[in-house]
Design a protein around this ligand. Structure first.
Ligand code: NAD
Length: 494
């Protein structure tokens, strides 16, 4: 029996108090990958207590920002030094190609460095109140204990978007990775232990959402919860967080539109549309899963889109030249295939893909062909619901106003893109689309420097950028009377 992977609580690598564990499956091969411990509610409470002690009693909240920045930079150095190992683990656990895993590692190390930089540059306001004797200022202070719950599609990045700003702001942390993909997060915690984060400051609890996630969301000793995942689980976190009115940051799903006008740079737009949908197997919250194409170029654009999509090479992410891996689990693969069936029944035109890929070694893993549906109409389920796999819906529009209307016609509001060489039009359209993350003449890059988060049901709050640092700190007003003088409101003191 393989050694059971442990979690990190109060500076020690431990197994679950129940002794329970579960088996991870490599999605590319369908074979067992690792055995991982499975935490109980009590284990979670112990991690929260350790984080609370580290914050209030051991004095993490008073550690100089420069010292925190040093630890974070050393952590980033470790990530870069172990990039190959970390990327390999990620690919075997999640399925994504090695190129994409490697990118995630470097980008997450950059995220750490960005927030390590901000850590030593806290900002606030000064303000003048009507009473000229009073001088006012704001300062930012950490929440205390931050609970973090991540999804499986970008395990390293999603952990870092929370860890880096939360630690920079001076919080202590309890992190729960997605149950399917804890391996790279375990590695990150080994690195944090190695570079010397003090006992109890960073804790890793591995287990289910309904136990560990739920406990983090409702515990009175957690001061803020940062969640990435589905709307349904996000709603549950929000309800549980009400128990002690803890702060919430919810990064949820999307069904994001990419609007292509006939005056776009044609090759950039075709390339951008394929990248928008099929990067990371389409398992991307901000995937451009609805491409809206102006009717004047629709037929030609669709032909070239399909041609380029057919060049995508499916395979085990560890293999050279592969640029799309398997989906995360067998269940998820069936869910995505179910949506493809739905699309066909709804009357959309299947232009390419549409099946499980079973050629040769692919038969052992959870592979779905890159799939494109044409002639989609606004109310189809495949247009309205997040599929979270490689299934692209194409819609045709005539006017700018129609493009905006179609773009906004979902309950989501995470991301959007516009392709046109007319900058005025691009700005008009992008400002009318209800989404928090937008691109013009490119689609998809995540910038550590820019706020990440959605409108509508795609979430609450922002990660990354200076907004991300604010998200993990409270604001305090401090009012100072320059000259001491009694108010004499209730009379005088003899
Ligand atoms: P999920 O909601 O099933 O799980 C996300 C995390 O929440 C996991 O760690 C899970 O164990 C935990 N969880 C589940 N139920 C919970 C509960 N009741 N209480 C507390 N925690 C709970 O989502 P998923 O399938 O892992 O991820 C896919 C979803 O995540 C998609 O909707 C995708 O768009 C979204 N996502 C959003 C972003 C973003 O930045 N907006 C990024 C990545 C993924």
């Amino acid at each position: 029996m393989a050694e059971v992977k442990k979690m990190f609580i109060d500076g020690e690598w431990v197994l679950s108090s129940s002794g329970d564990s579960y088996t991870l499956i490599n999605p590319a091969t369908g074979e067992p990958l690792a055995e991982v411990t499975k935490a109980t509610r009590e284990d979670t409470q112990r991690a929260i207590a350790a984080a609370k002690r580290a914050f209030y009693e051991d004095g993490w909240c008073d550690v100089e920002p420069l010292k925190r920045a040093e630890l974070m930079n050393a952590f980033a150095d470790e990530m870069e030094a172990q990039v190959e190992d970390l990327a390999r683990i990620e690919t075997m656990n999640n399925g994504k190609s090695l190129t994409e895993s490697t990118y995630d590692v470097y980008d997450s190390a950059n995220c750490l460095r960005y927030f390590a930089g901000l850590c030593t540059k806290p900002t606030g306001q000064t303000y003048q109140v009507p009473d000229t004797n009073v001088f006012g200022m704001t300062v930012r202070e950490p929440f205390g204990v931050v609970g973090m719950i991540t999804a499986w599609n970008f395990p390293i990045s999603l952990a870092m978007w929370k860890l880096a700003p939360a630690l920079a702001a001076g919080n202590t942390v309890v992190l729960k990775p997605a149950s399917y993909t804890p391996l790279s997060t375990i590695k990150l915690f080994e690195m944090m232990e190695k570079v010397g984060f003090p006992k109890g400051v960073v804790n890793l609890v591995i287990g289910s959402g309904s136990v560990v996630g739920d406990e983090l969301a409702k515990s009175d000793d957690v001061d803020k919860v940062a969640f990435t995942g589905s709307i349904e689980a996000g709603q549950s976190v929000m309800r549980q967080a009400a128990t002690n009115m803890k702060g919430i940051c919810l990064e949820l799903g999307g069904k994001s539109p990419v609007v292509v006008f006939d005056d776009a740079d044609y090759k950039t737009a075709v390339d951008g549309a394929v990248f928008a949908m099929f990067y990371n197997q389409g398992e991307v919250c901000s995937a451009g899963s609805r491409i809206l194409i102006q009717d004047t170029i629709y037929d030609k654009f669709v032909k070239d889109l399909v041609k380029l999509t057919k060049k995508i090479k499916l395979g085990n992410g560890l293999d050279e030249g592969v640029n799309m891996g398997p989906l995360i689990t067998e269940d998820h693969m069936h869910k995505v295939l179910g949506y493809i069936e739905t699309g066909i029944k709804e009357g959309a035109t299947l232009l390419c893909g549409g099946h499980r890929a079973t050629e040769g070694a692919l038969a052992k893993g959870w592979f779905v062909e890159p799939t494109i549906f044409g002639d989609c109409t606004p109310d189809m389920r495949i247009v309205q619901e997040e599929i979270f796999g490689p299934v692209l819906c194409l819609q045709k529009f005539h006017t700018e106003a129609e493009a905006v209307e179609l773009a906004n016609h979902t309950t989501y509001g995470l991301a959007a893109g516009v392709y046109t060489e007319n900058l005025g039009k691009a700005m008009r359209v992008i400002r009318k689309i209800r989404a928090g993350i937008t691109w013009i003449n490119e689609y998809g890059p995540v910038y550590n420097e820019a706020p990440w988060g959605g409108y509508k049901q795609s979430g609450i709050g922002r990660e990354l950028g200076t907004y991300g640092l604010d998200e993990f700190s409270e604001v305090k007003q401090i009012n100072v009377a320059k000259t001491s003088a009694p108010t004499e409101w209730f009379g005088t003191v003899d």
